[in-house]
Design a protein around this ligand. Structure first.
Ligand code: PLP
Length: 482
């Protein structure tokens, strides 16, 4: 019986041409016919298989057209796209961390429209190295003898541990056994690298003598990790780089064993931004000057550049990293190198860095300037929506650095608060992210939507947000048949 049912269902499956005439597909605008035809074939084939497997598939042309239209839309709509960040979290990992400086954007464009000097040295008409583009700048900015940039800081940590400490002992404080988020835990990365982790001290207190007692003939590294978004205060103590330096030097004088000091700095500040107050991060230069042999940090956190991991320090050690097979595995592409080089160059003049690198500018921008932007957003929205839909008010609020940087720092800001007379906060918040031409991610607070002006980048973004809010109330009116 089953077989005959299958046969009649199979016969009911429509021809491709018939499905193409369905309104679900004729309504699709600006999509190539080839893509639509393929989607229809695909869907018919899927249902044929289902029927052959004994399932009751819908053989209607309208149903097939709908599924094909959904598939076409999913395939032809960009997934990775621009977003307007109105959350006030400056280094927002889920939103791509750092917006690039105009110079960095230009540099990327310049190297991708054609060929580039990625590994070609036009001075000597010979093969060059991709490491040559950023290294002199990193050295000039940090005082390091040498440097290498790789895919991200997690890769940098992995590389340093693998190259210098695999099969030997690395000493790390229990106070720095942190999880940075997204499955990056110090003990896990140590295990993956093949080093033997030797934990010292207590969660809250580690003294120099704890490191001293842990040193053996097999110790090759003292590792410090910046605790990032986790901050210990009160009855807590960690050992400084300069103390570790003295210990390593004394150990070498006594035993002849050389022990490396490596700090994973996480955010990696270049500027001593006094505006950050006493919770300021140590700079890369300070750690190197204090005696770290190697320091690594992210390219897209406090630095405000592209995703990258930078390792800076002793020339002999960096040379070994460059020669490692991992340098090839973790290497940066030309777009990232172009953006990183251009970003680093801006730091040569710290005043320029404060003005031109969006992440740095947002971190130090005066709350009064932020308030002006919040007011401009207020006016733009008010003009578009008129009265009777929502009440708008500019209020003082707190922004966060994000990205594990400056966790305790409250950054005073101003936000536009929108309370609803028609519609509601949850709906509007979702509409702005899901249904606007450019997605807008705002904050939701009690029964209101908050737009933190600190992370809103331009007049154009203000305009787009006001348009999005107006669209929200328009579709509300349409859906209620007003
Ligand atoms: C963020 C962070 C990392 C990881 O850096 P990515 O560039 O995101 O790979 C590693 N260590 C610390 C201390 C961090 O803060």
């Amino acid at each position: 019986m089953k077989d005959t049912c299958n046969a009649s269902l199979l016969r009911q499956l429509p021809q491709v041409e018939e499905v193409l005439h369905e309104s679900a597909l004729t309504n699709l605008k600006g999509v190539s016919r080839t893509i639509v035809v393929n989607a229809v074939r695909n869907e018919i084939e899927k249902r044929r298989k289902a029927i052959l497997d004994g399932d009751e598939a819908d053989t209607g042309a309208a149903s097939i057209a709908q599924a094909a239209a959904a598939r076409t839309r999913a395939l032809t709509t960009p997934s990775l796209k621009r977003i307007i960040n109105a959350t006030g979290v400056i280094i927002h990992t889920n939103l791509g961390r750092s917006a690039l400086a105009p110079e960095a954007i230009e540099a990327v464009k310049d190297v991708i429209v054609g060929y580039s000097s990625l590994e070609y040295d036009t001075q000597h008409m010979a093969r060059g190295s991709r490491h040559d583009h950023c290294e002199p700048l990193i050295c000039a900015l940090t005082g390091a003898e040498a440097a290498i940039a790789v895919n991200n800081n997690a890769a940098a940590v992995m590389m340093v541990l693998s190259v210098f400490a695999a099969g030997h002992e690395t000493v790390v404080s229990r106070g720095e056994q942190v999880e940075i988020g997204g499955s990056f835990r110090i003990p896990d990365i140590m295990q993956q690298s093949g080093t033997h982790m030797v934990e010292v001290g207590m969660t809250n207190k580690t003294y120099l003598r704890d490191y001293e007692e842990a040193l053996t003939d097999d110790t090759v590294m003292l590792f410090k990790a910046h605790p990032s978004n986790y901050l210990m205060t009160g009855f807590a103590e960690l050992v400084s780089i300069s103390e570790l330096r003295s210990l390593a030097d004394a150990h070498e004088a006594k035993t002849g064993n050389h022990v490396l000091i490596y700090e994973d700095q996480g955010s990696g500040a270049f500027l001593e931004l006094s505006a950050f107050g006493n919770s300021a991060e140590p700079t890369v230069a300070q750690s190197l000057a204090a005696g770290a042999d190697l320091v690594s940090f992210s390219g897209d956190k406090l630095l405000g550049g592209p995703q990258a991991g930078i390792i800076a320090g002793r020339a002999d050690l960096i040379a070994r990293l460059k020669a490692s097979p991992l340098a090839r595995v973790l290497r940066l592409d030309k777009m990232t190198l172009a953006a990183l080089e251009a970003t680093l160059r801006i730091y040569l003049d710290p005043d320029q860095a404060l003005q031109r690198i969006p992440t740095v500018r947002m971190l130090v921008e005066d709350p009064e300037c932020v308030r002006k932007r919040a007011c401009a957003l207020h006016d733009a929205i008010q003009t578009r929506i008129g009265s009777g839909k929502a009440t708008l008010e500019v209020i003082p609020e707190i922004s966060r650095a994000g990205g594990g940087a400056l966790p305790m720092r409250d950054i005073g800001t101003h936000a536009l608060q929108m309370r609803f007379i028609v519609g509601n906060a949850q709906d509007c918040w979702q509409f702005l992210a899901q249904s606007c031409p450019v997605s807008i991610v705002a904050r939701i607070h009690e029964e209101s939507v908050l737009f933190d002006a600190r992370t809103i980048l331009s007049k154009e973004e203000i305009n787009v947000i006001s348009l999005g809010v107006a669209l929200y109330f328009d579709q509300l009116a349409t859906s209620e048949g007003l």
